[in-house]
Design a binder for this molecule. Structure first.
Ligand code: GLA
Length: 739
């Protein structure tokens, strides 16, 4: 009896202690739509504001369809006892649940934290969990007195406000200040060994002393293949660096766990990541001609095509059968000129080096269609967001020329953030100070045999709040033409403000028709890419309105949920893909991404990245690399230079794969190729290893007996009716099947 009593008292005491150490922010909030900086002030009188719950969006509490600014205010006392009772007394954490989309947080009128999606801009979409840590000696906190917490929120669309659960103020945990920086590069050594340096970082002056445990697990069977424990001491400004080197790994991902345990408190923090592995074979020294088999251009416009070829340098290029008006630079492989006569021109390319030569048949189609195969290139958005500038674009162009153009990559596209705040007196758009010489930049990109793209929106403002092309379409198209632009990504943002609400189908088409007409007046081949997220089933009318591609989805993020939901849902739009007109499931999220100045490794695992590139290739999607190419790592490069994978994307038939099998655990997508073979992606959508069996006697695969592993570029020996293959979690086996 006594024992039980003691237990009850102890539990009650612990409970009280825990609750006393945190201040709930679940109740007591007041709310007002609109925006005024005075609402941050502790002395502002919010008596007439309406109460609101922090558990549900404002839409569900009397503000249906409200997008824009809204403020939340809460009066509360922050007792100093929470500080005294805490282990580490130096900082306080404010947990705000989910904020949709972006916020600025004021404590007693002082800004203590803010969150903005695109380059920190509050007016952009980036909803998600929010926690802010501030020092206990921050004068914004009035200990034991009345405090006012005011939160300014901007919602771009859909649900808005504060929601979720567990809103509280709590003393920061010892481990809140500790983080692992695992963004360093993996280096591949002999016999598939792997090494990397990671850092344990603290923002607190506390001296952390403890142990770092490092384990490598084989996710196929759960076996630990390597483990090591090291002493680890670190404090603010003095991180602990741990460099590991694991020998002889198989060609698959292993799971690495890093766990730091502090000696005194016993508290720990961990992080896990999966190791990259490369399947793409080394590029051979013998000459090899890559890229598509066909290229389309309009008669009378400047022509530019770089013959993509690999092999030991120097390479010497030849082309026989070029139409009148074109000439090839034998040392660079760049073909330029103007062809005036429409027609299909069969050409033979030859590339030589000291080890031999290779030839390839190619067709130049001079006519009404451009973009016969999906665009391959780079776009600044997923890497740099609004912080793109001339230097970053030049680095990207140079990197593309050095590492990727030999495999067919050619577009360098500047996304939002290049536009000056005002048009000239005569209404012309000019670049802002980040792009001092747009024509010079374009000339540089062209000199490398690459093409240049730009971004705008049909509304008065772009999505990033820069100037859009509204009522200046002709002028803007002319400016693009004068600069030498080859690609225009044309968004939708803010066009809603100048059209009917909700827009009818004609309203959805109109801005693209208007800009199409303006581009048609310019003597350049400008690829026209619609970016209106699939509204009005754009795939049904995108081609007729003159789009070379159209976004079929909202913006992608570097998560499995985002990438796989987008990729595996390209179903109804699939049949509309055709040469010159492709569905665009958004840009790639491999390599270092960040949508702003802070870059980090893509959160997709290596197998998810194989899925991403394989699926986009099967979907005949434009592939626009969205990372900082100046910081390419060997794994990311290996994903982007696999010529047999790229050939599936660039297949001249221009068809899109269809979903042939879908179960709860895996999917099979099949794409018809021009030479009669089929590209087949076997995707494991579960989070466990799976052995998947494909019946080759079934339907469309009947008779396709030869199987080539596309990533590894080798034929597989597989007898009988069943092709049995092991597929990693969220991974893929991509094969080409032929008769
Ligand atoms: C939209 C597009 C993005 C990017 C931004 C620029 O969100 O979908 O790809 O172009 O606008 O502001």
């Amino acid at each position: 009896m006594k024992k039980i009593f003691t237990l009850i008292t102890l539990t009650a005491f612990l409970f009280l202690k825990v609750t006393a150490q945190e201040i709930s922010l679940d109740k007591g909030w007041k709310f007002k739509t609109g925006d005024s900086i005075q609402w941050a002030s502790p002395t502002y009188n919010d008596q007439n504001w309406k109460p609101i719950s922090a558990s549900h969006s404002w839409e569900s509490q009397g503000y249906p369809n409200y997008d824009g600014f809204g403020w939340y205010r809460l009066h509360l006392v922050i007792p100093s006892s929470i500080k005294e009772k805490s282990y580490l007394k130096d900082s306080v954490r404010i947990d705000l649940g989910i904020i949709d989309d972006n916020d600025e947080v004021y404590l007693n009128g002082k800004l203590i934290g803010k969150y903005g999606g695109r380059g920190g801009d509050i007016k952009t979409s980036h909803y998600g969990p929010r926690s802010y840590v501030i020092a206990t000696n921050n004068p914004a906190i009035l200990w034991d007195k009345d405090n006012v917490l005011a939160i300014r929120i901007f919602d771009t669309g859909g649900d808005g406000g504060i929601y979720g659960d567990d809103h509280k103020i709590i003393m920061a945990d010892l481990m809140d200040n500790v983080s692992f920086n695992t963004d360093g590069e993996f280096s591949f050594g002999d016999k598939n060994s792997l090494s990397k340096a990671i850092k344990l970082i603290s923002t607190s002056k506390y001296l952390y002393k403890g142990k770092l445990s490092f384990t490598v697990t084989d996710p196929e069977n759960g076996n630990i293949v390597y483990d090591k424990i090291n002493d680890a001491d670190f404090t603010a400004g003095k991180p602990f660096t741990y460099t590991f080197n694991i020998a002889r790994l198989d060609k698959k991902s292993y799971q690495i766990n890093y766990t730091f345990t502090e000696d005194k408190s016993g508290k720990s923090k961990n992080k896990a990541e999966l190791t990259p592995y490369m399947l793409t074979p080394y590029v051979t020294a013998k000459p090899r001609i890559n890229g598509p088999d066909v290229f389309g251009a309009h008669p009378g416009n400047p022509f530019l095509y770089l013959i993509p070829a690999t092999g030991r340098k120097p390479l010497i290029y030849e082309a026989s059968g070029l139409p009148d008006g074109l000439k090839l630079d034998a040392n660079t492989g760049i073909i330029t000129g103007v062809v005036t006569q429409k027609g299909d021109y069969p050409v033979v390319f030859t590339v030589h080096n000291s080890l031999g030569s290779e030839t390839k048949k190619f067709i130049i189609k001079i006519g009404d269609l451009i973009g016969l195969t999906p665009a391959l290139g780079w776009n600044s958005w997923n890497a740099w967001g609004l912080s793109v500038n001339d230097k970053k674009v030049r680095i990207s162009a140079k990197t593309m020329a050095d590492k990727l153009s030999a495999h067919g990559w050619s577009y360098i596209n500047i996304d939002d953030g290049w536009e000056a705040p005002q048009r000239t007196a005569s209404g012309e758009i000019t670049p802002n100070e980040k792009f001092p010489d747009m024509k010079g930049l374009t000339d540089y990109v062209h000199s490398l045999g690459l093409r240049m793209g730009i971004y705008s929106s049909p509304g008065p403002k772009t999505c990033g709040g820069y100037l859009g092309s509204w009522q200046h379409e002709d002028q803007d198209a002319k400016t693009y033409g004068d600069w030498g632009i080859d690609y225009l990504k044309y968004d939708w943002c803010s066009y809603s403000e100048v059209t009917h609400n909700p827009p009818a189908l004609e309203d959805l088409k109109k801005p693209y028709q208007v800009m199409r007409a303006s581009l048609n007046k310019i003597p350049r081949d400008i690829m026209f890419s619609f970016c209106q997220y699939g509204m009005g089933d754009v795939w049904k009318w995108g081609a007729e309105v003159g789009g070379n591609s159209w976004r079929s989805t909202g913006d992608i993020e570097d998560t499995w949920k985002s990438m796989s939901t987008i990729g595996f849902n390209q179903i109804t739009d699939g049949p509309y893909a055709q040469p010159g007109h492709f569905n665009d499931p958004d840009m790639l999220v491999v390599g270092k991404v960040g949508w702003g100045d802070n870059q980090r490794n893509s959160r997709l695992t290596p197998d998810e990245q194989y899925t991403h590139i394989s699926l986009w290739s099967l979907l005949s999607a434009p592939m626009l690399i969205g990372c900082d190419m100046g910081k390419f790592d060997p794994f990311t490069i290996s994903l982007l230079i696999n010529d047999e994978v790229i050939a599936i994307d660039q297949d001249a038939l221009g068809k899109e794969a269809h979903q042939a099998i879908k179960t709860d655990n895996y999917q099979v997508w099949i794409k018809d190729l021009e030479n009669g073979s089929k590209a087949v992606g076997i995707f494991n959508t579960s989070d466990k290893y799976q052995t998947i069996t494909l019946n080759r006697n079934e339907n469309e695969l009947n008779g396709y007996s030869k199987i080539r592993d596309v990533w590894q570029q080798k034929y597989l020996i597989s007898m009988g009716a069943h092709f049995v293959t092991k597929v990693a979690p969220h991974g893929v086996v991509l094969v080409k099947m032929s008769k």
